[in-house]
Design a protein around this ligand. Structure first.
Ligand SMILES: Nc1nc2c(ncn2[C@@H]2O[C@H](COP(=O)(O)OP(=O)(O)OP(=O)(O)O)[C@@H](O)[C@H]2O)c(=O)[nH]1
Ligand SMILES: [Mg+2]
Length: 662
């Protein structure tokens, strides 16, 4: 909002998924928003400010999630479309992948139909050049009637020209001509219902395509009576178009298919005039590697290799060696004794001393956990994850795991939010927006809360498992995967709603940019410190108070039938579960210290790790789940996780006590 007051004008960066919108947003505003090599990185609006043109006029600039059409199929697409309708920007900068002009032109036509001034930016010009794609920019500019510039966002090539030409944005001259039947419908809708609306042709087309997500916008715009008439008019008109006995929007001959077909023809005709492909294209090494990662052989081997590297780098190196070094030499050996001395000197009051340096002390517990144990682990994870994100491996993983995900009523597209959950479950709940149906989004939200440990928690868990045997790791992993699939499979059976076919854009394998990865690590670490440290302090403080008023031992006593008798863990682990409500990693770090103090035997370690993994989502994830899925669903998920966690822990405890394999 603040930007709006400063800047008179506004522009939105719009385009297909993964074409470089966020890199360009960063270039236009000097801000940093996340850039990764997979479609669906951006799922919300980001705002910044930039000055463009000779006059250096100030604009509020908005980055948006990728869209394939203004008739949205998923929630993130809806976010972008609604931004156009509701914020009415002065102009749009459409970012296109120069390698796929056809797909971009569909969107250009749609934006034109909404009557929005436009400038078209053909990005990834370097990759188009390499593939021998030549586009006559001048001619395209003339045919469309809007400025067209070519850019390579990652090197900055062409960005200067884009900035200087932004004020020249125009409503495209090129209009798609539809069949007389459709044109007739448009005319009647525009004249009877939308005469005062901006972009009425575009809105009418959305209505004809059967887009009901636009109703809430129209309801606000039209009087109730008029809106009611519009809905019944649409019903009558659509019956005229759909002649099939089983009407479906995707069917041939349906209005949305017809509209698509007319745009497609126009796009192909335009491309035939402006584009040629020269020379023969030899498959590059990156191209071959990209294909290998998607074939069962050697795809699964590559996947195993990636997992092994992750285990070695995060579990053994970061969580084992680095944490040990920091904990023993730095915190226990140097910083904590120093702090203890200082506190004892400055604060003679025993209460304050205990609060800061006692068993549940802010320095000795909260900060040691957050900085000595979790921080090195998440840093390593963010580095590893950044490399995966930017190489383009993640969408390929979606292809590999598509079949397995189908068992859970999901498709390969859901691999992305689930894998992102290994980074941060809270962010991953947001990225469930890229999924097409409510049912899929709900299943993913349940599974993220239940069975996907976040980077911080995973790191601590890996560290503890690495200290045991490989058998322990396999048992833990098998139990988690078993529950992931069983719960997923049951949810798919029980929950109502539809699932969708798998369509995902596979970007080329790209060499990760170190600069981008460092920026992402920095941004994520700042975010971690801002979010985690206060919660670690809060959690410690709660434990401290509960201990003081003897509530802690009461709770431990009350839960002992479950924790001690059923799951077979020492009483003290209850504390780890209590702080686990605030943050997943805090809970795990609690177990980590108990294990290091020798209070847990190997069987108890494995059982407690299963429980803490399946245990509740952290506070932040819970809050985001409320926002995205509603309070009732979030609470149900929460209770469900507690139940499953202790259920699984108890059963595993019984089995392990019986077979005694660890
Ligand atoms: N070779 C090349 N790569 C680019 C160019 N522009 C962006 N990229 C890469 O393309 C990938 C996607 O960039 P983003 O800016 O995240 O794309 P986006 O359009 O915001 O993607 P979503 O938010 O997922 O829709 C990243 O790996 C970028 O480094 C370019 O001009 N040339
Ligand atoms: Mg983006």
């Amino acid at each position: 909002m603040e930007e709006k007051i400063i800047a008179q004008k506004s522009l939105v960066v719009i385009g297909n998924p993964n074409v470089g919108k966020s890199v360009i947003f960063n270039q236009l505003t000097g801000k940093y928003v996340t850039v990764s090599n997979y479609p669906g990185t951006t799922v919300d609006i980001s705002r910044g400010i930039g000055s463009f043109g000779i006059a250096k006029e100030k604009y509020a600039v908005m980055d948006s999630p990728g869209i394939n059409s203004l008739t949205p199929h998923s929630e993130d697409e809806q976010v972008a479309r609604n931004l156009l309708l509701e914020e009415k920007p002065n102009l749009v900068v459409q970012i296109a992948d120069a390698k796929n002009l056809r797909r971009a032109l569909h969107l250009t036509f749609e934006l034109g139909e909404l009557g929005i001034p436009l400038i078209l930016c053909l990005n990834m010009w370097d990759e188009a050049r390499e593939r021998g794609i030549r586009i006559d920019l001048g001619l395209l500019e003339k045919l469309l009637g809007i400025p067209v510039v070519a850019t390579v966002a990652i090197t900055g090539e062409g960005i200067g020209e884009l900035k200087s030409r932004i004020p020249e944005a125009k409503i495209p001259l090129k209009k798609v001509k539809y069949s007389p039947e459709i044109e007739q419908f448009l005319k009647r809708t525009e004249e009877n219902f939308l005469s005062e609306e901006k972009g009425k042709r575009g809105i009418s087309l959305m209505l004809l395509a059967g887009d009901t997500t636009i109703y809430s916008f129209l309801r606000k715009k039209l009087k109730e009576e008029k809106f009611g008439r519009l809905v019944s008019f649409l019903k009558e008109e659509k019956d005229k178009f759909v002649r099939s006995p089983r009407p479906s929007t995707e069917e041939r001959g349906s209005p949305s298919w017809l509209i698509f077909d007319f745009r497609e023809r126009e796009a192909i005709e335009t491309i035939a005039q402006v584009q040629e492909v020269v020379g023969e294209i030899r498959p590059s090494l990156a191209g071959k590697l990209g294909t290998w990662t998607m074939r069962p052989f050697p795809g699964y081997l590559i996947l195993l290799g990636v997992l092994f590297l992750m285990y070695e780098f995060i579990g053994v190196f970061a969580a084992g060696k680095v944490v040990n070094f920091l904990e023993e030499n730095f915190f226990s050996g140097l910083i904590n004794p120093f702090l203890i001395k200082i506190v004892e000197l400055i604060f003679p009051l025993r209460f304050v001393q205990e609060l800061l340096i006692g068993q549940y002390g802010i320095f000795t517990m909260a900060l040691t956990y957050a900085l000595a144990i979790v921080l090195p682990i998440v840093t390593a994870f963010f580095l590893f994850f950044g490399l995966l994100e930017d190489s383009g491996y993640l969408p390929r993983l979606s292809v590999m795991l598509d079949k397995a995900f189908r068992l859970m009523g999901l498709n390969g597209k859901a691999v992305l939010p689930m894998v992102l959950g290994l980074g941060c479950d809270t962010m991953a709940v947001l990225s469930a927006r890229i999924l097409d149906t409510k049912k899929e989004r709900l299943i993913v939200s349940i599974l993220l809360a239940l069975a996907v440990p976040c980077s911080a928690q995973l790191g601590v868990i890996l560290a503890m498992l690495a200290g045991l045997s490989w058998k322990a790791t396999i048992i833990w992993l098998s139990v988690i995967i078993f529950f992931l699939f069983t719960v997923g499979w049951l949810s798919a059976k029980i929950l109502p709603g539809a699932t969708t076919p798998f369509l995902v854009e596979i970007p080329p394998i790209r060499r990760p940019s170190i600069g981008n990865i460092l920026k992402k690590i920095q941004m994520r670490l700042v975010w971690y410190l801002k979010e985690a440290v206060p919660l670690f302090i809060l959690g410690t403080f709660v434990l401290f108070l509960m201990d003081k008023v003897k509530l802690l031992s009461l709770i431990e006593y009350l839960f002992s039938p479950v924790v001690v008798h059923w799951v077979g863990l020492p009483l003290k682990t209850t504390q780890a579960f209590i702080v686990g409500f605030l943050r997943r990693d805090y809970g795990a770090a609690g177990l980590y210290t108990l294990a290091r103090e020798g209070l847990l035997n190997p069987q108890q370690i494995v059982v407690s790790l299963v429980v803490i993994t399946l245990f509740v989502p952290c506070l932040a994830q819970f809050l985001v789940t409320i926002r995205e899925r509603g309070l009732k669903t979030a609470v149900m998920i929460f209770l469900f996780c507690i139940f499953i966690a202790f259920f699984a822990g108890g059963i595993l405890n019984l089995i392990l006590s019986w077979v005694k394999i660890i």
